[in-house]
Write a protein that binds this ligand. Sequence first.
Ligand code: SAH
Length: 385
Amino acid sequence: MELQEVLRMNGGEGDTSYAKNSAYNHLVLNKVKPVLEQCIRELLRANLPNINKCIKVADLGCASGPNTLLTVRDIVQSIDKVGQEKKNELERPTIQIFLNDLFQNDFNSVFKLLPSFYRKLEKENGRKIGSCLIGAMPGSFYSRLFPEESMHFLHSCYCLHWLSQVPSGLVTELGISTNKGSIYSSKASRLPVQKAYLDQFTKDFTTFLRIHSEELFSHGRMLLTCICKGVEFDALNAIDLLEMAINDLVVEGHLEEEKLDSFNLPVYIPSAEEVKCIVEEEGSFEILYLETFKVLYDAGFSIDDNYPVRSHVQVYSDEHIKAEYVASSVRAVYEPILASHFGEAIIPDIFHRFAKHAAKVLPLGKAFYNNLIISLAKKPEKSDM
Ligand code: SAH
């Protein structure tokens, strides 16, 4: 099956949906907000074609649920705040925002929220209905989404680790897996596995930069936030815990070893240096700002009103409850792709074991994603200079 057909976050609004399990990303977006504002400030100074009339923006890999519109709200608020600083309040530009994700994404649940979102923007931000227009542009962000030189600003948060495909070269000519017992390229992976993943990431990210630089006007901006490798060797990320959980099921005899060996996630976690090198090598963008930060997996727990257990559990410090909480948020992301390979029936078992491992590492503060924010400006063509 094509990756595009199985890759999606859990849709809808049920207990296992991404919509109900994405408080972690909410925290990441909060970290991004000041950088976003600065990025918009610089963009509005750069005087791009038609920008004072209609700013064209896209969020690449928007998913569905509260974070989708949170990102949009942050973008709109940044544009309006910077506009006020420039004292051109009376001439607020129209904002056209395209939400992009793969075809299987639950766009409909986002569309249903739009009427109340527009009303809220009007009430809280004075944005008249019709002055912010939100639409969708489904498709892979590794392929062309917008006409040439038509966009001012592209935003993407927590998406670039998703590759366009599982790297080739993870199976020998004899059909033997080179990544036995593992589901991605971790710190402990064999060198050929690490190389196969890095090659695929380099290819995909280079394509991403090239295609989207063509879609942007000269001096247009791109703000990318992605997971990146940290320096702490003993830290465990969500995929390490997932891998441990699946290995448990093999050891316990619930899953065939071959089933694990033939599964590799189309996910690569690059180092900040790798990202920087690829941007420089591709050459279309100038790096304006780069920052790394970490967010602990259970950090969202105390702010998350959606988590179903919270309403009847008072002992918030209980590590097992936090571990279940982290397991739910990881399940919302990986369930569709895991179910397509391992079957739906084993999913609860995987996340039950995941939670057991999480409960051991969460109190040590060793379970987190390291993150990278990188702000880019499209270099002008020689003829534009
Ligand atoms: N930006 C959101 C969602 C992050 S989840 C947030 O910050 O909360 C990552 C999203 O990227 C998923 O919805 C997934 O479907 C999407 N995605 C992964 N690969 C993609 C691709 N090639 N093209 C478009 N979207 C993709």
